[in-house]
Design a protein around this ligand. Structure first.
Ligand code: PEP
Ligand code: MN
Length: 334
């Protein structure tokens, strides 16, 4: 962090600022220039609020030179993280495909879809039991029953299970869940992030909030990691823009950008990013080509009658065709 002082800074004010910095365990070093005086700050500036320093009378501006995320930062962890998800690895060259329905609707439904996506080459099963729905009148998920049906599907197919946690009170139901999904709407539910960080080491699939910057996404990952759980997978699922032709706008360039900024794996959700089943195939291919560490795709055996997100759900046949193309692209070793 660099602090630029005002031209008319009084020596006593500067001295007060230096004392304040030292109290925060920062070692300040003052460089007096012809035009302006700078203070370089050495130490753990993560606990210093730059806004607070900038608000001081004596300060012209404050510039951060280090990102505020440490645990998630590629600078301090040059090797890509490989996250073990119930026997499946994601990241560092391991491509993980998660597929399944938006919501678990019945045991027959989730078992049938699990079998179909496994046959097509999926590595993990997704399915929401606790659903964050925009409308309180929409299907809210089967809750505990939904988790039980997912466990039956896991037993039948051997696929590790990914499902969303909205409230830490129900964590005991997640004992046999392999990956905890934190949805876009909860990306900044900091209490929930701290709890999945402190009380479990299960991998956390952290979806980007619909208006979140990459720094905000990484700071949310930081909450989980700083609380004690290093096993975070990031997920780009589209953001909200002025475009209305699709459900969201897929920000695909975040894949290489996040790889530059962080060592955490980044997977792409083409289903929520587009909202249309026919777009899932080309977007999945593009995500694989740009270097994503995996995909999470909604698949339903009867999309027109799905209780949630039918329009964006692929049929098992569509999913199988997409898997072939994704594998072909991955084989190109771009
Ligand atoms: C989901 O995966 O079904 C979901 C609700 O996703 P998101 O949080 O990205 O909207
Ligand atoms: Mn969905």
């Amino acid at each position: 962090m660099i602090i630029l002082l005002k031209k008319d800074a009084e020596p006593s004010q500067v001295e007060n600022l230096l004392t304040l910095l030292r109290m925060k365990n920062i070692t300040p070093s003052v460089s007096v220039g012809q035009m302006q005086t700078l203070i370089g700050c050495v130490g753990d500036v993560a606990h210093v609020d730059p806004g607070l320093i900038e608000a001081l009378d004596v300060v012209e501006s404050v510039q951060r030179i280090q990102e505020p995320y440490k645990a998630a930062n590629r600078k301090f962890h040059p090797e890509p993280s490989v996250i073990a998800c119930g026997g499946v690895k994601v990241g560092g060259g391991h491509f993980g495909v998660i597929a399944g329905p938006c919501s678990v609707e019945s045991e027959e439904q989730v078992v049938a879809i699990a079998r179909a996506v496994k046959a097509a080459g999926a590595d993990m099963l997704r399915g929401g039991a606790f659903k964050p729905r925009t409308s309180p009148y929409a299907f809210q998920g089967l809750g505990k029953k939904g988790i039980e049906f997912l466990m039956t599907a896991k037993k039948e197919t051997g696929l590790p299970v990914v499902t969303e946690l909205m409230n830490f009170e129900v964590i005991d139901l997640f004992n046999d869940v392999d990956v905890i999904q934190i949805g876009a709407r909860n990306m900044q539910n900091f209490d929930l992030l701290k709890e999945v960080g402190a009380h479990t080491k299960k991998p956390v699939l952290l979806k980007r909030g619909m208006s979140a910057t990459l720094q905000e996404l990484l700071m949310s990952a930081e909450y989980v990691m700083a609380s004690g759980n290093p096993n975070v997978i990031l997920c780009e699922r589209g953001i909200r823009t002025y475009e209305t032709a699709m459900r969201n706008t897929l920000d695909l360039a975040v894949v290489p950008m996040l790889h530059k900024l962080s060592h955490l794996p980044i997977i792409v959700d083409p289903s929520h990013a587009t909202g249309y089943a026919h777009l899932v195939d080309p977007v999945s291919v593009a995500a694989a080509a740009i270097g994503a560490d995996g995909l999470i795709i909604e698949v339903h055996n009867d999309p027109p009658h799905a209780k949630c997100d039918g329009a964006q759900s692929q049929t098992p046949e569509m999913f199988a065709a997409t898997m072939k193309k994704v594998n072909a692209v991955r084989g190109l070793k771009l």
